[in-house]
Design a protein around this ligand. Structure first.
Ligand code: ZN
Length: 242
């Protein structure tokens, strides 16, 4: 079986379309989305429509919950808060209803899926080896998938810790080596210094996960953000991938 895993689209339709074209070229059996379909970006409704139609499994993320009023934005930074309010006003009732029905975690036969982490599926960021190790100890699936940090990561449980770190374009995780915690990176707002949209291909034959990056017309998303009066810093960061 071949599975495409994506996360953190954040209303960036051009990035999502580029990733879907690459997924289609690769040929997959299932598509999983780890959440944050909306928030920050200019096209929340179109992204919701596409994900609802195309994805087998969809989790809800903290930005999705904020956009439907299920999570307070007091813990959001000022830019995230402004964009969450804009998104909440923009979202159609049908899309809000769809997001309300989603959960921040899911289990498949081959993997456990979380937006944040197994310990806190909505909020916790897996950014350190200590947290990744603790998350692997709390789970049993061969592969644990998380999003939320917007960093592509591959970490292998090894002894009393983990091996690995940032996962650049084209890097592989050999799944037969043990238990892995993987983050596909972000489709619509990468923060690992590579501005291209990220996704992850998991293949059961051979047992391998491959990190992919795809170029997309960043300037079109930036223009849409400026047209809608979204914060300039949120548009500018897309070109840097930070
Ligand atoms: Zn996010």
């Amino acid at each position: 079986m071949r599975v495409a895993v994506i996360s953190d689209i954040h209303g960036n339709l051009h990035a999502l379309e580029a990733v879907l074209a690459d997924i289609d070229r690769s040929g997959v059996d299932e598509t999983w989305c780890l959440g944050d379909v909306v928030g920050y970006g200019p096209r929340p409704n179109e992204c919701s429509d596409v994900v609802r139609e195309r994805f087998t499994v969809v989790l809800v993320g903290n930005h999705d919950l904020a956009a439907i009023g299920s999570l307070s934005t007091v813990e959001f930074g000022p830019l995230a808060s402004v964009s969450a309010q804009w998104t909440a006003a923009e979202l159609t009732e049908a899309n809000a209803e769809w997001l309300r029905g989603l959960q921040p975690e899911a289990t498949r036969p081959e993997a456990e899926l979380y937006h944040g982490s197994p310990r806190d599926p909505v909020w916790e960021y897996v950014l350190s080896e200590e947290v990744a190790y603790a998350c692997l100890l709390e789970t049993t699936a061969p592969v644990v998938l998380v999003g939320h940090s917007h960093l592509a990561l591959s970490l292998l449980l090894a002894g009393d810790g983990v091996d690995g770190g940032l996962a650049p374009d084209g890097s592989d995780a050999e799944l037969a080596r043990g238990r892995w915690l993987l983050n596909p990176g972000s489709v619509g707002q990468p923060r690992d210094g590579d501005a291209r949209a990220a996704w992850l291909l998991i293949d059961s034959e051979p047992q391998r996960a491959t990190f992919r990056r795809v170029m997309y017309p960043i300037e079109r998303t930036q223009a849409e953000m400026r047209e809608r009066g979204l914060p300039e810093q949120l548009a500018a960061r897309l070109a840097q991938g930070v």
